[in-house]
Design a protein around this ligand. Structure first.
Ligand code: ADP
Length: 626
């Protein structure tokens, strides 16, 4: 990364902070300038007061100076407090929202990234560097900007006050002390000053480099430790942890990872203490030299005694401001790595969002004719980074209103087929068409709005039941209740204390309800129905239902699905036989298609083999009691 790139990243980071916390940066700039100014009021005014006192000035003059000092201090402090309050208020938005760009990206990124563990690792690294070490945006927010502005004003104010010490008229003594007044002495001192600053910066750079190295080792361990901490926090896992006696091993692993992290920290802190001592020694030596220089000049009468205080105070401020500026400069370069990781993540291309065509509004709910047709045209698909084909040469058409069952062994490509249909992935070869147009050309969100899907691993949330069904805080209560009824949750709904307002799970509400797997599946089905999309896709929709509930779903399937196109995956062939169109997947290909009777009649076919395997199992079960 070049220096230009690093500066560009820093400016981009500041722009992002400006968007997230409008007004924070200008008010912080004013606050930092005032912070820099405040000590100079005392430094300058105390110099003047001491000089006036040494020259035995009138008491009124001394009192006026003292009053002026107090008034200036008071006004500046008042203004400083006001600016700090405004800056903090404006900035609090940043603290609340600092993860928002990252979280928003995670929600909108192409699905292939969501399933990519390398992408998860990147996100965790960014979050860990931000939360544990303030790297990336937080450092820009709370350190660079204020320290940089403050440092700049410290340097400007101190130069304005200290310049007199270097240009003071020589007072010849005829001794070796005259060297103090020679320009060479000023040059030597400035040189020493510069050297000390360079040394200070190199100490900072070495410390930051060590921090970077520590972070590399820390990140991997911390991710696993966080995972174990999450396991221990999740009350839903309590049963498994208890019954499989995993509590001790999980606690043990967590403790062991935490100890490793502590060791890494302790080692790092030891090094940090060394760097801090070196930096402090450097600063002490330089300040000492400055005191001697200014003291000698004053001793020989080059300027009034009060100026000693002014000069020394200013030089100390100059050193702190200049070293702050240099530290910011060196740290900008080191922090740029964390910013690069953040922006690389935010810039992951959203390929799915390149389509611009609006989807024709043909759904009944839009007043259209619902005439949609999906076609898979010789589609093959390989997961990113995988060698094997998950789907191979799949061709089929689906007209609206049709029902299709998808069956096949585990790993035969059924879920992948659904993922492609819903454009979570794009085909590696071939095309998927909606009404004759490649689905990649459509606006992504509009295309997604055509599908209601219940995935096998669906999620419900710790929100009220109604909000879970409506997927929104706005709930049409009658519609939600009707969908729950259709999905077979009607009776259970009657028993819930607050009906649709009952919270699922106990994360937030004492009287939240814990629901069974089957009930959860019914709610997920109700959610899909509530969306009222033209295509309804159900991946093992009855896997968690008891036989009666399953029977009810299938016997009312036509009522549930109404005029929508339905695709459902099931490994229970008995539940598919009501469907006129069954597609049999095997090894990623559609190897058979037809009605239950047609497929069963095909000797040597996969369907027949699967059917007999299941039928035999049921036959044995039925025979057993007799
Ligand atoms: P099914 O739903 O029929 O059980 P899938 O469509 O889930 O099968 O899987 C088809 C093949 O793709 C399997 O070999 C599976 O291991 C592989 N696969 C599924 N998901 C992924 C993924 N995210 N990355 C890589 N391979 C995957």
């Amino acid at each position: 990364m070049t220096a230009k790139d690093k500066i560009r990243l820093t400016l981009r980071g500041l722009r992002l902070i400006r968007e997230m916390a409008p007004g924070y940066l200008p008010f912080t700039a004013i606050r930092s300038a005032l912070e820099a100014l405040l000590p100079f009021i005392s430094i300058d005014m105390s110099g003047r007061i001491i000089t006036a006192a040494a020259q035995r000035a009138d008491w009124r003059e001394l009192a006026a100076l003292a009053l002026l000092t107090a008034a200036l201090n008071f006004l500046t402090t008042l203004l400083l407090n006001l600016m700090t309050r405004i800056a903090n208020t404006r900035g609090s938005n940043f603290w609340q929202m600092q993860d928002l760009p990252l979280d928003r990206k995670i929600q909108t990124m192409d699905y292939e990234y969501v399933e990519d563990s390398a992408v998860h690792a990147k996100r965790d690294t960014i979050k860990m560097k931000e939360s544990s070490f303030g790297r990336g945006l937080p450092r820009l927010y709370w350190w660079y900007f204020s320290t940089g502005i403050k440092g700049f004003f410290q340097v400007v104010f101190s130069l304005a006050l200290v310049i007199g010490a270097f240009t003071a008229e020589p007072v010849p003594t005829g001794s070796a002390w005259d060297f103090v007044f020679s320009p060479w002495c000023s040059v030597l001192l400035l040189l020493l000053f510069a050297l000390s600053l360079v040394w200070d910066v190199s100490i900072q750079a070495a410390s930051a480099k060590r921090e970077n190295e520590m972070l590399e080792g820390f990140n991997g361990v911390n991710r696993v430790a966080q995972y174990y901490a999450g396991l221990l926090m999740d009350y839903r896992l309590g049963k498994d942890l208890k019954l499989y006696r995993m509590k001790d091993s999980v606690l043990g692993e967590f403790t062991s990872f935490s100890e490793t992290i502590n060791r890494l920290f302790a080692r790092w802190q030891k090094g940090e203490a060394r760097y801090r001592s070196l930096s402090f020694a450097n600063s002490a030596v330089m300040s000492g030299l400055m005191y001697v220089y200014v003291g000698l000049k004053a001793l020989f009468g080059a300027f009034p005694v009060g100026s000693i205080v002014t000069c020394v105070g200013s030089l100390t401020q100059f050193r702190s401001g200049f070293s702050g500026l240099l530290n910011v400069a060196s740290d900008v370069f080191i922090n740029a790595e964390a910013l690069r990781e953040l922006f690389d993540f935010l810039d992951l291309p959203d390929k799915k969002y390149q389509g611009t065509l609006p989807v024709e509004k043909r759904a009944f709910c839009d007043g259209g004719d619902n005439d949609y047709e999906i076609e898979f045209r010789d589609v093959s698909f390989r997961y990113p980074g995988a060698d094997a084909w998950a789907l191979r040469h799949v061709s089929l058409r689906l007209r609206v209103g049709e029902r299709m069952a998808v069956v096949g062994r585990n790993g035969s490509g059924k879920t992948t087929f659904i993922k492609l249909l819903c454009r979570l992935y794009d085909p590696t070869e071939g095309q998927i068409l909606l009404n004759g147009v490649d689905i990649r050309k459509y606006q992504y969100d509009e295309y997604l709005s055509l599908f209601s899907v219940v995935f096998q691993d669906f999620s419900l949330f710790s929100f009220p039941l109604g909000q879970n069904v409506a997927s929104s805080v706005e709930v049409e209560k009658e519609r939600a209740a009707a969908c729950l009824e259709k999905a077979g949750f009607g009776q259970r709904l009657q028993t819930l204390p607050k009906g649709l307002d009952t919270c699922l799970y106990k994360d937030f509400e004492e009287d939240g309800v814990e629901i069974s797997g089957g009930e959860a599946q019914k709610i997920a089905l109700a959610r899909a129905l509530y969306k009222d999309a033209p295509f309804l896709i159900l991946d093992e929709p009855t896997a968690a239902l008891d036989p009666i509930a399953e029977y009810e779903v299938y016997s009312h399937f036509n009522e549930i699905v109404e005029d929508k196109t339905a695709v459902y995956i099931s490994h229970r062939l008995s539940s598919c036989r009501f469907c006129g169109d069954i597609a049999v997947f095997d090894g990623g290909e559609i190897v058979q298609r037809g009605s239950h009777e047609t497929l069963l009649a095909q000797e040597g076919g996969v369907y027949r083999a699967l059917w007999h395997a299941q039928a035999q199992y049921y036959a044995k079960e039925t025979a057993a009691p007799g």
